[in-house]
Design a protein around this ligand. Sequence first.
Ligand code: NI
Length: 184
Amino acid sequence: MILPVYLYGHPVLRKVAEDIDSDYPGLSALIKNMYETMYNADGVGLAAPQTGLSIRVLVIDLDALSENIPEVKGFKKIFINAHVIELSGEEVIREEGCLSLPGIHENVKRSSRVRLKYMDENFVPYEEVFEGYKSRVIQHEMDHLDGKLFIDRISPIRKQMIKGKLNNLIAGKINCDYRTKSVK
Ligand code: NI
């Protein structure tokens, strides 16, 4: 089932999401729906708060980008109860977008490496380091679990320049080819 993607302005995107237990109701259906919602919107990552649920669950599938970014070939993963342990490496600037902010693309500086603690869909715990483009997408999605958005990481001048677009998102004045839910 395709879920509506919650847009910028919705308070759920600003909450710090909580860990879940293995008996969380309907988790496997949620994961399936999150993937379906993400693919339908041509996204490569989706965090549960973007579907209105303030829980630490995210899905990623970067395989569609592998023609241009060979390192991400076959990288499809579910992260549950994910927490960043450490950021390291050099800082890299690259353009990002977000399904909760359609029509907005800005350069964002992020660390090249992230050490993450998470569980898979069977609640098996892992600690793992991700680098390069994987690290970037994971950090973007992890921000969602901490109530942050990529536009929080751009300069005040750039933020001023996209203010009109942000106000349109709050007002639900958007032209988007996937299901969305605005705050108004
Ligand atoms: Ni996003």
